[in-house]
Design a protein around this ligand. Structure first.
Ligand SMILES: [Zn+2]
Ligand SMILES: [Zn+2]
Length: 145
């Protein structure tokens, strides 16, 4: 068996289709564990490892983006278009940001640096609205901790 060829040819899988589907229905940029929780009712045999493996395949196929947003677990995004993310430092929520950066940013950086630039990474950090109002109000609430 020629593994180099086989490696890129994935058999269609119902589980993988559902994983992609689940990811496309949310804009919460979930972790693999969240997707696993969503699907384990329908697929009792599903394991978290299988979810990870399928997400990696989907990433390989260019169908999902993997976000390394500084938290312990990778988050996944079915929106593969160029966009940026705002990460709440209190609750970890990830929101899409349509920030108008030049579409030829990589080429410009390439010209400026005089070397090949293949991509860039940009995340915004701060507090989401619920977290920033929780922080400014309610000493009673925080007093409970
Ligand atoms: Zn938050
Ligand atoms: Zn996104």
């Amino acid at each position: 068996m020629d593994t180099t060829v086989e490696a890129k040819r994935y058999k269609r899988s119902r589980q993988r289709e559902r994983i992609l589907d689940t990811l496309r229905r949310t804009d919460s940029h979930p972790t693999a564990a969240w997707i696993y929780d969503e699907l384990k009712r329908d697929f009792p045999d599903l394991s978290l490892g299988t979810v990870y493996r399928n997400l990696n395949i989907l990433h390989d196929q260019g169908l999902v983006r993997v976000l390394q947003s500084g938290s312990t677990f990778d988050r996944f995004d079915a929106d593969t278009s160029v966009h940026y993310h705002f990460v709440c430092q209190a609750c970890g929520k990830v929101e899409d940001v349509a920030f108008p950066l030049p579409h030829d940013l990589d080429e410009r950086a390439s010209a400026m640096l005089g070397r090949v630039v293949t991509g860039h990474r940009l995340d915004f950090f701060g507090l989401c609205n619920p977290c920033s109002s929780a922080e400014s109000a309610d000493p009673v609430e925080t007093g409970k901790l």
